[in-house]
Design a binder for this molecule. Structure first.
Ligand code: SF4
Length: 216
């Protein structure tokens, strides 16, 4: 990766964002949800799983247990059986039950609206908290760094970091705060559709002429 000045890096980041926004004007969260509770649950289920699979499971889950009160009272084995196909279902079921119980005990069954309150809840780390804040509440507190955002940030030459928190710290000053949530969607959509982990389609990429990782 060639070294860039801070100003060059900011200009590079802005051009990437501009092109991705033009390429994916409809980029959005691909998990299906109707409220903050459902988005928190769906995001927990999406770990190591496709959004499509999560979306296949959540209608049944939310029909049985539509809110934190109902899920808090659900037997663990029943939660496990409903979410089994999303993988890591025992851990996820424990997280969901723990989350629901803590929401009931400490937040009147509602999902809190701050990073501090969210990240102490079972199953909710910084990534999930950013998803919930940005998409359910419209609060740009940070940038969601999932596997796609992490890979693309490095390929774009925006950071050399490999862990999510340092990657997020590198990205935040490069993009306008009001665009942080949408930026995550743009990068995730580009990662899913073009900049594949194993076979990036560089020759069809809108960033081909400015990407330091271009490899035809
Ligand atoms: S040029 Fe290739 S590596 Fe760079 S963003 Fe596009 S697909 Fe990814």
């Amino acid at each position: 990766m060639r070294r860039r000045t801070r100003a060059q890096l900011a200009a590079h980041a802005a051009e990437i964002q501009r092109r991705l926004a033009a390429e994916y004007p409809d980029a959005h969260c691909e998990l299906t949800y109707r409220n903050p509770f459902e988005l928190a649950v769906a995001t927990i289920l999406s770990a190591q799983c496709t959004d499509k699979r999560v979306n296949a499971v959540t209608p049944d889950l939310f029909a049985r247990w539509p809110d934190a009160e109902a899920l808090a009272a659900a037997p663990l084995e029943e939660i496990e059986s409903v979410i089994r196909s999303t993988g890591f279902f025992r851990n996820k079921a424990r997280s969901l039950q723990g989350l629901a119980r803590q929401l009931v005990a400490e937040h009147g069954g509602e999902v809190p609206r701050t990073m501090e309150a969210l990240t102490v809840l079972p199953g909710i780390g910084r990534k999930t908290a950013n998803v919930v804040l940005g998409n359910a509440f419209g609060i740009n507190d940070g940038i969601v760094v999932d596997t796609h955002v992490a890979r693309l940030a490095r390929r774009f030459g925006l950071t050399r970091a490999t862990a999510p928190v340092p990657i997020e710290r590198a990205l935040l000053p490069l993009f306008p705060r009001e665009s942080w949530t949408q930026l995550s969607h743009l990068m995730i959509w580009h990662g899913r559709r073009t900049c594949d982990a194993r076979k990036p389609r560089c020759t069809q990429c809108v960033l081909a002429d400015i990407c330091p990782s271009y490899a035809p």
